[in-house]
Design a protein around this ligand. Structure first.
Ligand SMILES: Cc1cc2nc3c(=O)[nH]c(=O)nc-3n(C[C@H](O)[C@H](O)[C@H](O)COP(=O)(O)O)c2cc1C
Length: 451
């Protein structure tokens, strides 16, 4: 049974109440951190832990904290990114819903380390029911003296607010989030300056994902070195994975970094294997933005070693034969799922969510969506596949924020690994689906073998 550093208490009845949480060891890190450790010592523990940001990019959390500009008199801010809108990713919601006090405890520790006296949790607008739980938990934390003035007589003050977004995926991008929090339209800013130098209201700001901030609690309780003992290579600690698709047990799992992809999909502790006796066809391992991997690349790295649930292993082979751990949104496809239809679905999402600032993304996402729609609906041509490839290529790397890349990568990977399905759609539009609108694998197989 894998260790649980974050979700250990998740199934305890009434754990959302502060007294229950405290009676199971909750908030014990505050005495230690606020009274016996300096802010720099906390940052040092986070560095030692090797924790990498759980929002998608996997940047070292301790290193990011050390970039915070402390040379000015301006206030500093910690913003928790709870926007979580990436299709396939629902781990932060689970964590906040089950353990709101874990996030608040992490926010207090992290705010103390960064010298932030006013911190915000920016939450996705659709998570209103979670927002209410967080607000109740924050009130409880104030009543215990864990928030407010002179917390536990340490001299440290902190006010914590939850701020709902209005349902835009782009507001999860850190600079768009800052714009939105300032009351403006959530358009990403050009970087540099990075938020650590000039963020919220032009002040030094750190933006961290929910899971990253919650992980600071076990890091302070047990020490950064203990945390770093879990995992593999530069992927330390545990990771929340939200698993979906046609698997036996979809849900949110806390894994030790480094278990094999095969174990994650087939073991009873996690996904429990495929459903309905169907074969696995492909997997998107890190949320809709990362490249899809066909079965033959999913379990093995190019040197034949097992592919593992780490940042390094999932990206081994680059985009030719690898993908990314991303935000941990693990989507599994069975043999009957249509890759063209899935790619069109993602493209529709990115077109809808593009903020429209950069032409390649604004125009390109719409273009990709229309081409995919045509191919999926039997009106595509061979040239369309080539055009689709060109459009995604012209978006990648040509936008202010990575939403453009996030829209381009799934399309590129789908064409790279499943070109035969695109070609089949073009060649035999009337034969692609059966009555249930599921892809006919036997036709796909025959076609692949004969072309
Ligand atoms: C379009 C877009 C959406 C994003 N959405 C989220 C999100 O919902 N949650 C999140 O933590 N990071 C999201 N990110 C990444 C953030 O910009 C940022 O890197 C992250 O919050 C940093 O936290 P971390 O270092 O703890 O991972 C998104 C990035 C992009 C480009």
């Amino acid at each position: 049974m894998a260790r649980k550093l974050l979700l250990e208490l998740a199934d305890i009845p009434q754990i959302q109440n502060i007294d229950t949480y405290i009676s199971h060891g909750g908030y014990r890190s505050l005495e230690k951190a606020l009274k016996k450790m300096t802010p720099d010592e906390i940052t040092e523990e986070v560095k030692k832990s090797g924790l990498r940001g759980r929002g998608g990019a996997g940047f070292s959390t301790g290193l990011k904290w050390s970039f915070l500009d402390k040379s000015t008199d301006k206030p500093r801010y910690l913003l928790c990114n709870a926007d979580e809108s990436e299709p396939g990713t629902f781990k932060d919601r689970y964590l906040m819903e089950k353990l709101p006090h874990l996030l608040i405890e992490g926010m207090i520790l992290s705010s103390y380390a960064l010298g932030s006296n006013t911190s915000y949790i920016y939450i996705r607008g659709e998570y209103m029911f979670v927002l209410r739980k967080l607000e109740k938990a924050i009130q409880e934390a104030y009543s215990k003296g864990f928030l407010g003035k002179n917390i536990l007589n340490s001299g440290f003050d902190l006010d914590l607010y939850v701020h709902p977004g209005a349902g835009a995926y782009i507001c999860g991008e850190e600079t768009a989030l800052i714009e939105s929090l300032e009351g403006k339209r959530g358009n990403p800013r050009i970087k540099p300056p990075f938020p650590a130098v000039s963020g919220l209201w032009g002040c030094p700001t750190i933006v961290n994902n929910v899971e990253s901030i919650a992980a600071v609690v076990p890091i302070i309780n047990d020490g950064g070195d203990e945390y770093a003992k879990i995992g593999l290579g530069k992927s330390t600690g545990t990771k929340l994975i939200s698993a979906s698709g046609n698997i036996q047990k979809p849900g949110v799992y806390e894994i030790d970094m480094g278990i094999t992809v095969e174990e994650f999909i087939y073991s009873d502790e996690y996904c429990g294997g495929m459903k309905d006796g169907l074969e696995l066809k492909a997997c998107v391992p890190g949320g809709s933005s990362v490249p899809i991997l066909p079965r033959h690349l999913l379990f093995r790295e190019s040197n034949g070693d097992s592919r593992r649930m780490t940042y390094e292993s999932l990206s081994e082979g680059g985009f030719t034969s690898g993908s990314m751990l991303g935000s941990g949104g693990f989507i599994v496809y069975d043999e009957k799922q249509c890759i063209v239809r899935n790619t069109w679905n993602f493209a529709r999402f990115y077109h809808h969510e593009s903020c429209g600032q950069c032409s390649p993304c604004r125009e390109g996402t719409g273009w990709m969506e229309r081409i995919l729609h045509n191919i999926e609906n039997g009106r595509g041509t061979e040239d369309d596949i080539q055009l689709l490839w060109q459009v995604q290529k012209n978006i990648e790397g040509n936008t202010i924020c990575p939403l453009g890349d996030a829209a381009a990568w799934p399309v590129a990977a789908a064409i790279r690994h499943f070109r035969h399905e695109f070609e089949y759609h073009v060649k035999y539009p009337e034969r692609v689906f059966d009555a249930d609108h599921t892809y006919q694998p036997e036709i796909q197989q025959t076609y692949s073998l004969t072309t």
